[in-house]
Write a protein of this length. Structure first.
Lengths: 117, 167
């Protein structure tokens, strides 16, 4: 049973990894700094810990999918991220991909659940 | 706040020089935001609460690894070639050493089986370690060559497929 839980955790992590990229890109149509992005994702039902999120945004920015700038607000500097032009193009392609996958999977999963019944 | 400073410094120590400043600055901003949010909920944070928050973020070296993952000594693409070469070299070294030690054994009168085996092993290990080092050093520039050949300047190629943006 413990084995099964560990395996489930690992597979969930793998499954989530790609989706998180999509979630982050989609949320960054509006500018966000690290903490506000995390809050927004959390409010949207996607729980992501800071150890995953912050390196991920940095990586996406290094890949030029995000633009970033330091801004002063409330007496504190914060690095704001927003979707770049490249990021916008990619997001729309990824969205198509996601929708395609989602439809395909939905019918696959539906037939499997019918068979098991 | 002294604690936060020390935490960030500990993370920075584990990062490559050129990224220390940037990541440290950003990490500081993120931690400050988190502290603000907690303060709003629970009032002024005690030292214990602050250290609990930092412990929750993870060990500094773990945090550093999340930002800059460790690069393997040998590129994964080169792994099969590395293994082949390694086993070939190992075989040749062993053969040479067997010949050498056997010759010494045959020509000496008082060399027993134990000292034969000892000679075989000790004569083998020294060139082996030299070769391992050599192959590692050889593999490092090879990696650079591959990177240049594919025109990929960073470790994270500009993605055009879903798979390639994954960390």
């Amino acid at each position: 049973m413990i084995m099964a839980t560990a395996q489930l955790d690992k597979m969930r992590l793998e499954l989530r990894r790609g989706v998180l990229v999509l979630a982050v890109l989609a949320s960054l149509k509006q500018p966000h700094y690290g903490y506000s992005l995390r809050k927004q994702l959390q409010d949207g039902g996607i729980d992501i810990d800071e150890g995953t999120l912050y390196p991920l945004i940095r990586r996406l920015a290094e890949q030029e999918l995000l633009d970033s700038e330091w801004r002063q607000a409330e007496g504190r500097e914060r690095r704001y991220y927003q979707l770049s032009e490249l990021g916008t193009t990619l997001l729309s392609q990824l969205t198509d991909e996601w929708q395609h996958l989602n439809t395909a999977l939905a019918s696959l999963l539906a037939t499997t659940s019918q068979e098991t019944q | 706040m002294e604690l936060v400073k020390r935490y960030i410094a500990a993370v920075q120590r584990e990062l490559p020089k050129e990224k220390q400043q940037e990541i440290g600055r950003e990490l500081n901003a993120n931690i400050m935001d988190q502290i603000d949010a907690l303060t709003e909920q629970q009032g002024q944070l005690s030292d214990a609460q602050l250290s609990a928050l930092l412990i929750d973020m993870g060990h500094p070296s773990q945090v550093a690894r999340q930002f800059v993952p460790l690069q393997p000594l040998i590129n994964t693409d080169l792994m099969p070639m590395y293994k082949n070469t390694l086993f070939m070299v190992l075989g040749i070294l062993f053969l040479l050493q067997t010949v050498k030690t056997t010759a010494a054994w045959l020509s000496s009168v008082d060399m027993g089986l134990i000292s034969y085996l000892h000679g075989l092993a000790s004569g083998f290990i020294e060139p082996l370690s030299r070769w391992l080092l050599f192959l590692c050093l050889l593999a490092a520039p090879m990696k650079a060559v591959i990177v240049i050949k594919t025109g990929d300047q960073s470790n994270y190629p500009r993605p055009n497929l879903v798979g390639s943006i994954l960390p």
